[in-house]
Design a protein around this ligand. Sequence first.
Ligand code: DSN
Length: 415
Amino acid sequence: MSAIQAQDPTVYEILRGEMKRQSEGLEMIPSENYVSPAVLEAMGSIFTNKYSEGYPEKRYYGGQHFVDQIENLAIDRAKKLFNAEHVNVQPYSGSPANSAVYFALLNYKDTVMGLKLDQGGHITHGLPISFSGKFYNFVPYFVDKDTQRIDMAEVRRIALECKPKLLVAGYTAYPRDIDWAGFKAICDEVGAIAMADISHTAGLIAGKQLKNPFDFGFDVVTTTTHKTMRGPRSAIIMCKEKYAKAIDKAVFPGLQGGPHDHTTCAKAICFGEALKPEFQAYAAQIIKNSKTLAEELNKLGWKLVTGGTDNHLLLADMTPFGIKGMEAEDALDFAGITLNKNTVPYDPRGPFDPSGIRFGTPAATTRGLKEPEMRKVATWMNKVVRNHTDKELLAGVKEEIKQMCLKFPVPGISL
Ligand code: DSN
């Protein structure tokens, strides 16, 4: 950061602060990760100088020789990684990717099904105040009150009743594997387009630890590239060839202008990394770590949503400890563990002040933390939530976490 340091010391100090925070604390927000130095370099590369509206070999500006090469490379690698017929690598992020799919395949007020937001869905899966809920008739499905898992019989009943044109599976706060076959069968029965939003679990699918919705005949799959994929903050849309034209047109010129070529460059690198065998070991370790964390927290008497996890994330209800999700988030933050407050299924509290917390292992696994460290993390988390007002105890935990974290450097950060 020598150029930033010389030119803008104010920004430099802010960046240094964030580097220290990322290095000394334990990142457990399940949608965050640490990218490789190569991905970081690509995000700061000279591709940021370029405009390239259009698609490879069909652009509206000159000078595209190398941009075409990088975009085609990203597409080819993503196709291989996810066994996709067609890939669009231009969406700026997850919400624009989902908007483009709806814009391509739906008409205003068409009926769509998605999991209710406070049970694990996403704002683009039909939240009434988002564009998705305003422009389309989203009908929610739910998790079962007792098992807290998606009730496929109920999904089928709702689908038969409302006859959706498209059904979205794939979630932001659901700790269990998804029955892709069951969803596709329901879509076939009611004539709906099957869409999977695998933003949270893409790395686990690419790393061959969870099943790929395309193997069950899904029509469209969207994903962000910065969560378990460990790439730049962005997204892609993958689909069957028959939807390719409509989706490409919806991304550009339907919703976006020039693609962010430096991000496309970073995506190509990220997909190259994910194609390597080491990435499968990384994905497997993410799940081993989250399962170890679940086991330990269960032993310590925690109330985990669904009782555990099949993927990278966990949700815990803080009600038995007599505190709210926000209080737990604050106390853990004070002690050096970053995670987020979150609703639990059928939460009596609202989304800004919910009963639970959501956390996961992708970032910690990138640093090299394994099962023994996860056992320690569980003990620290338990200590903190059970003593959330004891500042001295929280400060002690913070120091222990810092000492552990410094032994596992964050890729791309040297203080
Ligand atoms: N903000 C993302 C998450 O944390 O899951 C979803 O968009």
